[in-house]
Design a protein around this ligand. Structure first.
Ligand SMILES: Cc1cc2nc3c(=O)[nH]c(=O)nc-3n(C[C@H](O)[C@H](O)[C@H](O)COP(=O)(O)OP(=O)(O)OC[C@H]3O[C@@H](n4cnc5c(N)ncnc54)[C@H](O)[C@@H]3O)c2cc1C
Length: 416
């Protein structure tokens, strides 16, 4: 009999499990995953860029406290692969008002932002003389906005850090095991066959898995893009939908090498560059490559064996990328992969909530779960432990119900 079963050994599940053991060292905690090791779901597929700038209060506090925690872990000598390369938004004409306003809000908060009217010649701001770009309706870039409190990290090192801390504290893990459903029992059993009946009040008492039933007093679903299906199977509706996301890897040689080495922040490496039309370039200095992705508005849905589509590169990314950064002309990706965002379709922010007595969910990280995992894990652990408040890193206190599904948050304006 476990006190807590956490379903999912991704960064959210491992952060939750670690904080559970930290807050309650004597609790018996088990993490279950269908994969053969830790962090093999979308955590491994991530571009793992981080920033602490968001327009919504909740996103900001989740990212800021998590990134501060990771920074201090790395300063203590554990390499999480953090590099403070910054984020560079190439602001299209139509968004210049929004970004000017956002920049002044950020400055008022004490966050350092810099504006550039032009940059390294490899990035084109003015497409007016390019007839093809005009035909495509591509906007000129008004200015570029550099946010320094941002960068890239290694998600596998992060999830492994949580895993090692958790196992070191006596936490248990079970791999290659799929949770089929959560088991419920009546709160007032009548000891007659067929219980629980639809009219009985129930509580979660464990999980049914491919390795048989496992008893637990509490179950936490940290199942990322699988959450909609698993929770739906039990009749719980959540506004979380999986959306396929892809990353294409292009070698940075020749002119692209110069771009890769265009350090604008506290690092010698290029910032994460966000182009108009939702395309981003993420430097990977270790490999000497750029990782390139696009937040296209494609249909929601889960693909069991998601693979990158050549057509997204060829017709979606390449035509735009090669206009703003001509050094990408005639380049082809050397490799690519695909995963899913688990998107909260209402406000693009995570959900941590109680679904039934003894059953909790921590998911919906909407494409920014690496940079928020520490705070989400602390809130999920606090909620499952029955604490009214969660203490985020640096002593910031929030209600454990702050991320409940029926909250009303302001809409995030800086979604990538
Ligand atoms: C292409 C891409 C780029 C991204 N870029 C960024 C970025 O730049 N910055 C950032 O912060 N975030 C980014 N993200 C998002 C980030 O990767 C996710 O938010 C984060 O990894 C979610 O973690 P998780 O633990 O919730 O999910 P996962 O890592 O997917 O973990 C869920 C786990 O649950 C397990 N599981 C599910 N169902 C069951 C079941 N029934 N039984 C047993 N096990 C089960 C799965 O096997 C999986 O291991 C990106 C994601 C993608 C796909």
């Amino acid at each position: 009999m476990y006190d807590y079963v956490v379903v999912g050994a991704g960064v959210v599940g491992m952060s939750t499990a670690y904080h559970l053991k930290r807050f309650s060292p004597n609790a018996r905690v088990l993490v279950i995953d269908q994969n053969p090791s830790v962090g093999m779901g979308d955590t491994a597929k991530s571009a793992a860029a981080f920033r602490t700038i968001f327009t919504s209060w909740a996103n900001r506090i989740l990212a800021k406290t998590s990134v501060q925690f990771y920074r201090d872990v790395q300063l203590s000598g554990v390499d999480l692969g953090m590099k403070w390369v910054g984020y560079l938004f190439l602001v299209p004409e139509e968004a210049s008002q929004l970004f000017t306003q956002t920049a002044s809000e950020l400055r008022q908060m004490g966050i350092s932002v810099e504006m550039y009217r032009q940059l390294d010649k490899s990035i084109k701001f003015d497409l007016a003389t390019d007839e093809e770009a005009r035909e495509m309706g591509l906007p000129n870039v008004s200015f570029a906005l550099l946010v320094k409190d941002a960068g890239i990290m290694d998600p596998e090192k992060l999830v492994r850090y949580y895993y090692e801390m958790y196992v070191g504290a006596g936490g248990e893990v079970m791999y290659n095991t799929r949770v089929e459903t959560v088991l419920f029992a009546p709160k007032r059993p009548l000891e007659i066959p067929g219980e629980p009946f639809p009219w009985q009040e129930v509580r979660a008492v464990g999980v049914e898995t491919t390795a048989g039933p496992i008893e637990a007093k509490n179950v936490i679903l940290a199942t990322g893009a699988w959450t909609e299906t698993l929770a739906g199977r039990m009749g719980f509706g959540l506004p979380i939908r999986p959306r396929k996301r892809q990353v294409f890897v292009v070698r940075a040689d020749g002119e692209l090498r110069t771009l890769l080495e265009m350090g604008l922040s506290d690092s010698q490496w290029s910032p994460v560059i966000i182009l108009p039309r939702g395309i981003y370039l993420r430097p990977e200095p270790g490999e000497g490559t750029f990782w390139i992705g696009m937040s296209d508005r494609r249909p929601y849905g889960f693909e069991e064996r998601a693979e990158a589509e050549e057509s997204l590169w060829r017709f979606g990314i390449y035509p735009v990328l090669s206009k703003y950064v001509p050094a990408f002309e005639n380049r082809v990706p050397q490799s690519a992969w695909a995963g899913h965002y688990d998107e909260n379709v209402i406000d693009y922010q995570p959900i941590v909530d109680r679904l039934a007595e003894g059953l909790y969910v921590a998911a919906g990280t909407s494409g920014s779960g690496i940079m928020k995992a520490d705070a989400v894990g602390r809130i999920a652990a606090s909620l499952a432990l029955g604490r009214g408040k969660a203490e985020l890193y640096g002593g910031v206190a929030v209600g454990s119900g702050a991320l409940r599904r029926n909250r009303c948050f302001e809409e995030e304006r800086l979604v990538i």
